[in-house]
Design a protein around this ligand. Structure first.
Ligand code: SF4
Length: 123
């Protein structure tokens, strides 16, 4: 595969991520301000979390459904290394470990060691 096609794919991926934040910006909110319940972790059973394969423990991803996680370097894919993970170092009610915010899931915090299929390498 050419590096041109790879860069184009990367550009498209990043553009989609930026567009994902557009609803917050349009309402005068930054993604971090859009959090209604900032101390609650998102539930793995949340319909959106399930659709994107979100889990609090990146080692427990169902790679048959989400093969991206088993690509080369997939072992390094987790929220803490994702470009959408911000304000790490938070605690989530009743949960162990570090949590942070993610604009994909404004309804709850995501685990530093979590993962979802939207993962994109932090620049
Ligand atoms: Fe974690 Fe990134 Fe998915 Fe957000 S987009 S849940 S930070 S992997």
């Amino acid at each position: 595969m050419s590096s041109n096609s790879s860069s184009r794919r990367e550009f498209c991926k990043k553009s989609l991520l930026v567009l994902g934040a557009a609803p917050f910006i349009a309402h005068g909110l930054t993604p971090s301000r859009a959090y209604a319940q900032g101390t609650k972790a998102i539930a793995e059973t949340d319909p959106q979390a399930m659709a994107l394969g979100y889990v609090h423990d990146a080692t427990k991803v169902d790679t048959t459904k989400f093969p991206k996680k088993k690509e080369a370097g997939g072992e390094n894919q987790k929220c803490a290394t994702c470009m959408l993970y911000v304000k790490g170092g938070l605690k989530a009610d009743g949960m162990e470990g570090e949590y942070g915010q993610c604009s994909i899931f404004p309804q709850g915090l995501v685990a530093a060691n979590g993962w979802c299929n939207t993962w994109a390498k932090k620049a």
